[in-house]
Design a binder for this molecule. Structure first.
Ligand code: NDP
Ligand code: MG
Length: 422
């Protein structure tokens, strides 16, 4: 059903927009594998409640206030304060039909070229599982303030970066793949966009801003950027949540991670999911390595010495040749990098996960990873990357794609009989 772009604005900004209905299970089409009908919340989603609060744009003032509050909570390395930084799941917002939201996003984007076709690659068909896979999306979505004010994407027209359209491209990507878990970096529109919308799609979200986000240096910023983690409430129960300010050789740094222990409602199995964004730029390799060691130490503790299966998503800002990558690959947590499985020998990372042109020249790098406990979990499929031809000569971001980083999406299943140690 086509909705006018005007109506999208109200759908995106106002909780009680008249066009938003509570609907039965959406049946968004998935290319491969299994049908998605059961993935997003069905008619059993929490009932709409007559609530006088309205979702209003929480602009700079609120975001800064939040940032200040978050800083006061950042004192310890791993603060266990889900009550402060996990969005309340009891708001019972009126659900949105994802199919309708997707159509409305497409209406806003009608002057843009069609989104790129990407296919899932089946990686393991020999491990039947009695439960539906867990779909995880890793994505540095590009902070709006950084994209417009700091990143210097010299070949990207400024119109391609307009938030009102770019946010629809981001939502379209999320709605197209319907992850059960969404791990995002460079989120600077959590409170006014992603939290209200994704909660109405059935997700529970957590946001942890960087202590000194570079976004705050940009005029007309929308608050600090940070990591965000969302999971579908009809699939998982939150067991534990930790917001971690990473250290490097005992010094507190500007980089953060969120680590949550979730329990699958279908199988009652628990696992940990982590999201992080390590320090950027060349010259900071040892710093990233130290941040990685700190994160690994935290993950050792949270997984009780690798007893709980683990998935770590992140923009590590590090090529596979870097020390921090090697620490993760050789850790006693027994992790493997999921996107290696797309290569012919299963041993090579993709040639790029980010590709952009700055004043300094073309930057094509592999920096983003989904690590997983290789004995406890299997990757059933992974979303193929965009080809060079699709990305085009001006690289990313572009009118077709909203970020300079590609999303990574994997379907995981638990191994029925974990072989030995996790
Ligand atoms: N007010 C204060 O007292 C302090 C303020 N700050 C602020 O924080 C900033 C540093 O923060 P930090 O977290 O260490 O930042 P990072 O070096 O990690 O980079 C921040 C962002 O810049 C992007 N980036 C990477 N390379 C480039 C490039 N060549 N040109 C433009 N952007 C790039 C990164 O994107 P990606 O990951 O996608 O590559 C990343 O999101 C300072 O510049 C300052 O603005 C910091 C400390 C104190
Ligand atoms: Mg960036």
């Amino acid at each position: 059903m086509y909705q006018s772009p005007r109506r999208l604005c109200s759908a995106l900004l106002h909780r009680d927009a008249p066009g938003l209905r509570r609907l039965p299970a959406p049946g968004l089409r998935r290319r491969s594998p299994p049908p998605a009908a059961s993935r997003l919340p069905a008619a059993s989603a929490p009932p709409a409640r007559s609530c006088p609060r309205t979702v209003c744009s929480m602009g700079n003032g609120t975001s800064r206030l939040y940032s200040a509050l978050a800083k006061t909570l950042n004192g310890s390395a791993a603060s266990q304060h889900p009550e402060y930084l996990v969005s309340p799941d009891s708001e019972h917002l009126e659900p949105i039909d994802p199919k309708e939201l997707l159509e409305e996003c497409r209406a806003v984007l009608h002057t843009r070229p069609p989104r790129f076709q990407r296919d899932f690659v089946d990686l393991r068909t020999d491990c039947p599982s009695s439960h539906p896979p867990i779909r995880v999306m890793q994505w540095n979505i590009l902070a709006q303030a950084l994209g417009e004010g700091k990143d210097n994407f010299v070949q990207c027209p400024v119109e391609a970066l307009k938030w009102e359209e770019r946010k629809c491209l981001i939502l379209e990507e999320i709605l197209a793949y319907q992850p059960d878990i969404l791990c995002l970096q460079e989120v600077d529109h959590y409170f006014d966009t992603f939290q209200p919308l994704l909660s109405r799609l059935g997700y529970q979200g957590t946001f942890f801003p960087k202590p000194w986000s570079p976004c705050l240096d940009v005029e007309h910023n929308n608050g600090p950027d940070g990591c965000a983690l969302f999971f579908l409430q009809n699939r998982f129960k939150l067991v534990n949540s930790a917001n971690i300010r990473l250290t490097a050789m005992t010094l507190k740094t500007n980089q953060v991670a969120i680590v949550q222990t979730l329990e699958c409602k279908e199988s009652s199995r628990q696992f940990c999911i982590a999201v992080t964004h390590l320090k950027a730029r060349t010259g900071w390799e040892r710093f990233r390595s130290a941040q990685g060691c700190d994160l690994l130490q935290n993950l050792q503790n949270i997984t009780q010495g690798a007893k709980i299966p683990l998935i770590v998503c992140g923009d590590f800002n590090a090529e596979p040749t870097e020390e921090v990558y090697k620490h993760f690959a050789s850790s006693s947590l027994n992790l493997n990098s999921a996107y290696k499985l797309l290569s012919a020998d299963g041993q090579s990372e993709p040639p790029y996960t980010t590709w952009k042109i700055r004043t300094s020249g073309e930057c094509r790098h592999t920096l983003d990873y989904i690590w997983y406990s290789k004995h406890a979990l299997s990757v059933k499929s992974a979303l193929d990357l965009l080809t060079e031809e699709q990305i085009g000569p001006n690289r990313l971001p572009s009118f077709n794609y909203p970020s300079d980083h590609l999303s990574l999406v994997c379907d995981f299943s638990f191994n029925e009989e974990p072989d030995g140690l996790l």
